[in-house]
Ligand binder design. Sequence first.
Ligand SMILES: [Zn+2]
Length: 367
Amino acid sequence: MLAARMHGYNQPLVLEEVPTPEIGPEEVLVKVEACGVCRTDVQLIEGYFKEALPLKFPATPGHEIAGSVEQIGSGVPKTANLATGDQVVVVGGWGDGTCRQCKAGNEQICAHGAWPGFGTYGGYGEYLPVPYKYLIRIDRKYNLPAEQLAPLTDAGLTPYRGMKKLRQAGVVGPDRVVGVIGVGGVGSYGVQYAKLLGSGATVVAFARSDEKLAIAKEYGADHIINTKGKSTADIRLELHRATGGREIDAGLDCAGAEDSIRLGFDLLATSGAYVSVGLMGTKINIPLYPFVSREFTYQGSFWGNYSDLSEVVALAQEGKVKHSLVRVPFTDINKHLEMLRDGDIVGRAVMTFAKTAEPRREKEMVA
Ligand SMILES: [Zn+2]
């Protein structure tokens, strides 16, 4: 099979023919039909996770995987309801199944977990073995292309879990303002979930690119504010013009840069809640006094669990999720990782093994 693999940090991926993996009794061989190209892949290559998650080389990136069932292990129970040819998406966090987090269903935060695309096999290879319990079957009657399904497993999942946390914090509702900070691949889904789960809240998207903000607007943001080169006072003024208030009650941070988080907290209303899902930077720098005296809540939110992805898939099957996709042929993967590093991709890049020529930008409106 074909695979684009890491043979070390900070090197282009090597596109090569490698043996198709064998599966264990409780595994399913998944034929990858589309794989999201995530900024996390760039960080993986750059060694961002070197300490937390050392890699053995060669390693195959790619953790946003949609495909079909190629082969089923002898120990996979009938109750798994899987058949050869079924369309599936791969759930990202594979826990040890025994710890408290796993028992609560949050396998993506298991201390002894594994992830596809962070080891030997990943979605940048044509096939990968997946334990059967980490597959969600998609009914073919919905006619959802693999290119739309793949990013739902991370870019389209992570902000969903983040929005659920803001709901739990009790900061959404008809008289509330939800700010989505950063509207790249993740944030363009984030604004949609802010509308879907915001219980009527006004949704404001903040970003530094007009092109990205235009997508946020198209996908349901009530207001958009370009923050590039503007002071917090200027941004508050724009927010006031848009919403009648100068603060946000809830913040969903999809950028994860030190200054995006700082801005989000500068805008946060008393007893507001802020959830970080973005991971661009490495540390947080927010003023302590307002944090304490205004009783802010700050929570991290990592990827999504099986149930979260099931919910996202159900929304997609109902046609409630819109995608802005950039199709990337396998042979162009390194070029697109470069573009992603420079922030030049608008929407979500999705790689396929189809032998097509030039990539095309395609906006897909489902709904
Ligand atoms: Zn565990």
